[in-house]
Design a protein around this ligand. Structure first.
Ligand SMILES: CSC[C@@H](O)[C@@H](O)C(=O)COP(=O)(O)O
Ligand SMILES: [Zn+2]
Length: 218
């Protein structure tokens, strides 16, 4: 019964993220915890069109990402990342999406290894209520070796971490359940989009000032 309930919760989240066009080109993957002892979770099957809702969207895997039931389905290629998230956090749901905004932010701040947001109302979506509260998202390189990518992701998870960005790839974000994971994802995507727009506006204004100066000097 729990499995069926979790399945429909995850399928609903998938539909909502698909409606935002956050699964371009079959990218992205999702998972939801079904049991703790032993650890099992539902994860999206690899290579599916995540805009479609079918009986073959998810399969049950164990803590190592191996199928926990007889199935012809292949777990997401990035299941190891989900395994690490469940190993190092108390997450009940983990979401991975590729968006233009999260890719741009990951590239802009890759050399710093993280991005920190402060002074934004939406930081409260992460349960941070202090006036000077801040949230940091670590950024890891996009290793082609997916075991290495999962290890790199695990290595930057701190107790307060809610998401990890993979450079020019996407974001992996989690929460204690599907509702919280989706809330975190939406809040991060808002912060990314705001940051990019503000930076572009500032750049546009400095170019305008620079050109105006040049015309006067000319
Ligand atoms: C088709 S591009 C995206 C993939 O390479 C991968 O990064 C991804 O997010 C989806 O892989 P999947 O195996 O379907 O879970
Ligand atoms: Zn991916």
């Amino acid at each position: 019964m729990t499995k069926e309930l979790r399945w429909s919760e995850l399928a609903d989240v998938k539909d909502e993220l698909a409606a935002r066009d956050w699964f371009p080109g079959t990218s992205g993957n999702l998972s939801i915890k079904v049991s703790n002892e032993p650890v099992t979770f539902l994860v999206s099957a690899s290579g599916k069109d995540k805009r479609k809702r079918t009986e073959e969207d998810f399969l049950l895997v164990d803590e190592f990402g191996l199928p926990a039931e007889e199935t012809a389905l292949k777990p997401s290629a990035e299941t190891d990342i989900h395994c690490e998230v469940y190993r190092y956090t108390d997450a009940g749901c983990c979401l991975h999406v590729h968006t233009i905004d999260n890719n741009i932010i990951s590239e802009m701040y890759a050399s710093e290894g993280s991005i920190t947001f402060r002074g934004q109302e939406l930081i409260k979506a992460f349960g941070i209520w202090e006036e000077d509260g801040e949230i940091t998202v670590p950024i890891v390189e996009n290793y082609a070796d997916l075991k290495r990518l999962a290890e790199a992701t695990a290595s930057v998870i701190q107790p307060e971490t809610k998401a990890v960005l993979i450079r020019n790839h996407g974001i992996t974000v989690w929460g204690k359940n599907a509702f919280e994971a989706k809330k975190h994802l939406e809040a991060f995507e808002f912060l990314f989009s705001y940051h990019i727009k503000l930076k572009s506006l500032n750049l546009f204004q400095s170019v305008k000032k620079f050109s105006a100066k040049k015309i006067i000097n000319f």
